[in-house]
Design a protein around this ligand. Sequence first.
Ligand SMILES: *Cc1c(COP(=O)(O)O)cnc(C)c1O
Length: 375
Amino acid sequence: MSPRKTSFLDLQAINAAHGPALSAAFERVLASGWYIMGKELEGFERAFAEYCGAKHCIGVGNGLDALHLILKAHGIGPGDEVIVPSNTYIATWLAVSHTGARPVPVEPLPETHNIDPQRIEAAITPNTRAVLVVHLYGQACDMDPILRVARAHGLKVFEDAAQAHGARYRGRRVGSLSDAAGFSFYPGKNLGALGDGGAIVTSDPDLAGRLRELRNYGSSIKYHNKVQGYNSRLDELQAALLQAKLPLLDAENAHRAQLAQAYHDGLQGLDLGLPHVPQGHEPAWHVYVVRCRAREALQQSLRDAGIETLIHYPVAPHLQPAYAALGIPRGSLPVAEQLQDEVLSLPMGPHLTVDDIGRVCQAIHTARQVFEERA
Ligand SMILES: *Cc1c(COP(=O)(O)O)cnc(C)c1O
């Protein structure tokens, strides 16, 4: 008998749980004859702003655009610098470089994988305009000290919340912790569309107004263009599908937290680094990431046992060919470089049960000799 397969992600199963609501949303949009910038978008924007505890939500085409438009709306461009984490998905950096500004990396705390607030001040120069933090893997950054240092230097703070829909920091949701936050609704995110989608959340009404223009050709009155804007809109169909899924997000995140607890309990006593959740943090558990010095051996053992794992991310942005021109040499960001070699994302998501996690833990214990010997 071949072992039961444990997939990292199963979008068919995840979306099947929302089947009737998604079908009703599709039928409604189809029948409406209105597909861009209408009632469905307005409805979702209201619901998602309220969910995040913020005043405004602006739906856009994807998560990268959400971040890019936040920076553009603040006039950030050539000659400016934006502080970003050294370990993140490349989209965080691209949002900065697409404005013409320079991403300036700051190392994370290895325990939480999130930007180290103590290291931010040393990266500030007269050209620094903002700090763009990333709530990586679904856990919020330590925002209070970040906001303190940024405010002391007159800098804006923005959140890349693409992995953290619903996560809380000291009781407040991500998206409401800074000047503005960008979300992605890429299908595999905690709140995922059936295609591309994104949103910006802010409580600043002027910023919200500028963003509404920027996403729509720089126009709020049709054929009257105030600024050179973009075409980056969340369409009616995706907005309706997201609105249909939003009511179950908290329950899905609670389920993810149960699975994370099962991993935590099941992986004690091994030579593995487990996620650390500081006091006051309630992660959304987008992924469950362990650190292993013999990662390839562990990943191969799990593959042999039918368990799919992924690496988020195997190459830090400063080592990507895309950023060779920044001239940040290997060895200059040792924390990010060590993490890229050690992180392994175990299966996580609403498609899994606590028993599934038990099987993964079992397989890791069985593989123990292989990966502990090579470490
Ligand atoms: C997914 C992701 C993005 C980009 O979102 P897209 O919708 O794919 O453009 C940005 N930042 C992080 C951290 C992400 O995980």
